[in-house]
Structures are given as C-alpha cells and as structure tokens.
Write a new protein. Sequence first.
Length: 296
Amino acid sequence: MHFDLRDLELFVAVAEAGSIAKAAEHCHTVASAVSKRLSDLEGRYGTAFLARSSKGVAPTPAGLALLARARAVLYQAGQLDRELRGYSAGIRGQVRVFANISAIVEFLPAALASFLSAHPEIRVHLEEHVSGVVARAVAENLADLGIVSDIAGADGLIMIPFREDELVLIVQPGHPLASRERVDFREALGSDLVGLHSDSALHYRLLRAAADAGRPLNLKIQVTSFDAVCAMVAAGLGIGVVPRAATTPYTASLGLVPVGLNDDWAKRRLHLCVRSLEALSAAARLLLDHLAGATA
C-alpha cells in the first residue's frame, strides 16, 4: 500500500478547501508538509491528483476518483475507531443502519426498542436516507444493513422481505378528490403534484405510473422529505403521494385529507438488505435476525 490514512485525510482536506494553505490550517500542520506529502503521493502513483493554479487547487479526474474512495475509507476508519473505543466502554458491538423514512417512522421504533432491551451492550447508529442512497451505502459498506422499498439498482445485495406499507394521495379539504375514499392515480394526474426529488424510488414509481396512463406528471415542486411534501400540499402548491402511516401526524396536524389509491404499486414491500450474511458482525447479524423475525 502506497499511502496511509494521514495522506488521505490531507488530500480530502485540500480538495474540499481548494487550497493547500487552508487545508494545512484546518489539519493543524504547515503548508509545506501538506504539499510534500501530496506530491509524494502523486509521484508514487505517477499521476496528478490535483490541478494547481494561481487561484488554488482542484481535483483532476484521477483526484475525483481518489476523493470518493478516500472519503469512504476515512468514514470506515472513523467507524472502526468508535467501535473499538466502544468495547472499552462496555459496548460489545455497533451496527450502522440506513433506512427510508417509512421504515423509521412506522416500524423501527418498536423493533429497535425490543432489540436494545434484549441487547443493551449493542449500540445502533440509525440514519434516514431515500432507498437509492440506502442501497448504495450498503453496497459500499458505509452501512451494515439497510431498509429500502422495491427499487432498481440493488443488484448484488441480499434482499429480505420486511414489511408492507401503503401509499396514499394527500390533498387539501377543498380539492375535488377530497370527498373520495379511494381513487385511481390517473385521476390525480390533472392536478399539480408535489413530489420527492429525482433520486427517490417514489419519484420513479410515479413517473412510470403516469407513463402507463399516457399522461404527463405535472410536478410543481420537488422536495427531499415526506413531511416537506405535506407542508407544500398544505400551502396549496399541489397534491402529493406519501406513505399513510409515516405521515399521519403531519397530515392530521395540517388538516390534509388522505385518499386511498387503487393502484397495485401503492402497496409497497419494504426489504432488509445486506451485502453479505457472512461478512456481518455478530451484532449486525443479531439485529438482522431480530428484524427479520419481527416481520408481519
């Protein structure tokens, strides 16, 4: 191996700061030492990772590739450090879990409470992300296990059925569909829609449904969370599609009306996902088995 963690730390700091001097100050060292280490790193690999100019520095194409990997390596090294320190504090394992908002709000509170009650020596680090990000994090070993909806792009991951949730339409009380108990999604396509951002699994689901209906998807605004969808619908910017149970507190407090969807895709299956069962730590395997056993 032709580098150490300090090389990566300094390279990431320089790439993010756009300046060797600023990165040196941030890393509590001198600029000449930073410059020397990075020059030596470039020399060992025979390629430039930074393009230098009078305005500062910027990653080259090779530098961008190194930057992505270096961030992942440093993140994992930090996680390892925290986990090992946890052992000295009496914690016998830590599990990194990435999950979408539906799983976090609807299913994980009770499941994690019972798990941690049975295993108080284990610490769970939980982060909320959209399903696509969750799958990538598990594939890149940034998370031990994930919970995602039915998505493409999860090739290579082991998928274990977890739970089902229901997508509903949310509208203001005065909307023409507010008096209906259930509708076909095609009936909503004449209205402006508040949607999630383009990276989300739900965005692709709605695009496909609109294409199948031969109608355009009139996206008025795109946001990054389901509570934001509810807030925008309440502000009169359109209607939205959200998981029923995950957003009930928001829809109730904002006076919105949930309307059931007849479409088959409105019933979503959530999955647990891991890279490899064999590579899981003992703590992660315990949590996976607990969650898989808690399926309904």
